[in-house]
Design a protein around this ligand. Structure first.
Ligand code: NAD
Length: 430
């Protein structure tokens, strides 16, 4: 098939590369500077395998880049929309990027016979888009095909998903979508567009809720000197619950969970429903960083002028994405308290933020620090020489925001003088 994808960000570029790998001819359309970078084989996205697959697909002539949507989609079998749908100040989804794409199609008066919406959009958006395209005399069908990939394992997730969902209304659209994904071995659910739109939001809301649930129970563990790791191991062993997304820590971040939760809350409000589970999920998440900082400030007394070393900037390991990362909340709070931040991340580079000094190694983070906080569970942080790390510190307070240090390592560390180890959902060790 010939596919045009508008939006070559995390989702669009991964889809483009993977669909080319499946044998389709894909043209990915984006803004001039993005396309220029891609044509120079310069990826701003750090994803395992993505670069190699991109280079191969391009050399085979299966992956092209363009800036003109209408030219690039002429003669295509389908147009996939993968532009951003961020949240507006009022919590509603900002659909201006999708609307801009639609405006280009209206102006051209033409469009491929199938539009596949990959962007996460509020329930009813695809219906409206199809109606307005058809009202403008453009013969096309809009299908919703949510994306469930996780950043950090995006290519693997795209090629080996748990399920593929097609929200569409005609057999022709379904047949085209099946052809598009031919070669991927996964169960396919075909349903109406509105249900498909809600599947995406409900899935993300549920995952966020699991994380907030674990974090809520971790507060109880702290009050009663229990161990959240053991509690969640026991809880997650129940097959009705499952072990995933039950790790307590400093909360979720990233471009999707918070925004999709907000959007679903807004959709609920629009029909007079308050969705209290989701409100609690968001609130618990927002409390994580301030709660950890309260513990630190209780030890420090006066925080002004203290130096906090931070390990991990991206919102999770294996990605360079800092959108909605807990790091951003932490930096804001540090700024308020007058705390200097010294941060290191294995892949996030050249971050320019007031009050933040970015350094080139974990050891530079701990050198002279009055505390070090582990914000992202990069595997290389587990392997660090922690004895040396604490020796380099000015004040030996270690906040393990992701519970990554082993009990054996903690036992070794506290033989050092004045070490205080503060985990999440477990007793403080000193
Ligand atoms: P992104 O910001 O990384 O990418 C969007 C791209 O669209 C950007 O490169 C931007 O330049 C381009 N774009 C926007 N308007 C354009 C226009 N008019 N012409 C040309 N290019 C244009 O966003 P993303 O993370 O890839 O997310 C895209 C959608 O997928 C969102 O709706 C998101 O909710 C959803 N989603 C994201 C993830 C994820 O992990 N990032 C997972 C599942 C679903």
């Amino acid at each position: 098939m010939r596919i045009t994808i508008i939006g070559a960000g995390y989702v669009g570029l991964v889809a483009a590369v993977c669909l080319a790998k499946l044998g389709h001819i894909v043209t990915a359309v984006d803004r001039e500077h993005v396309v220029q970078d891609l044509q120079d084989n310069h990826l701003s996205i750090w994803e395992s395998n993505l670069f190699d697959m991109l280079v191969i697909s391009r050399s085979e002539g299966k992956l092209l880049f363009a800036t003109d949507l209408i030219q690039a989609s002429a003669g295509a079998d389908a147009l996939m929309i993968a532009v951003g749908t961020p949240t507006r100040e009022d919590g509603q989804s900002d659909l201006s990027q999708v609307e801009h794409v639609a405006a280009q199609l209206f102006a051209a008066g033409s469009c491929p016979p199938l539009v596949i919406m990959k962007s996460t959009v509020p329930v009813g958006t695809c219906d409206k888009l199809e109606q307005s395209l058809q009202a403008a005399g453009i013969r096309t069908e809009v299908a919703f095909n949510p994306e469930f990939l996780r950043q950090g394992s995006a290519v693997k997730d795209f090629m080996h998903p748990d399920r593929i969902v097609f929200g569409c209304h005609s057999r022709q659209a379904e047949a085209k979508l099946r052809q598009l994904y031919h070669g991927i071995d996964a169960p396919i659910q075909v349903c109406d567009r509105r249900s498909a739109e809600l599947i995406k939001y409900a899935s993300n809301a549920f995952l966020a809720m699991k994380i907030s649930f674990a974090n809520m129970i971790s507060d109880v563990c702290e009050g009663y000197e229990a161990d959240i790791r053991q509690v969640m191991e026991g809880v997650g062993a129940d097959r009705r619950i499952g072990p995933h997304f039950l790790q307590a820590g400093l909360g979720y971040g990233g471009s999707c969970f918070s925004k999709d939760l907000q959007s679903l809350l807004t959709s609920g409000k629009a029909i007079g429903r308050s969705l209290p589970l989701l409100e609690a999920t968001a609130q618990i998440n927002e409390e994580r960083i301030p709660q950890m900082m309260d513990k630190l400030i209780a030890l420090w007394g006066n925080p002004r002028g203290k130096r906090l070393g931070v390990l991990g900037i991206s919102f999770k390991p294996q990605t360079n994405d800092v959108r909605d990362a807990p790091f951003l909340t932490l930096v804001q709070l540090c700024h308020l308290y007058g705390i200097d931040v010294q941060a290191y991340d294995p892949v996030v580079q050249h971050l320019s933020m007031k009050g933040v000094t970015q350094v080139d190694s974990a050891f530079e983070v701990s050198a002279g620090a009055d505390a070090v906080i582990i914000l992202t569970e990069w595997p290389q942080f587990i392997e660090l020489n922690w004895v040396l790390m604490v020796q380099l510190m000015n004040q030996r307070i270690l906040l393990d925001g992701r519970n990554i240090l082993s009990d054996a390592m903690i036992a070794r560390l506290i033989t050092q003088e004045d070490v205080v180890y503060i985990p999440v959902g477990r007793p403080v060790v000193h």
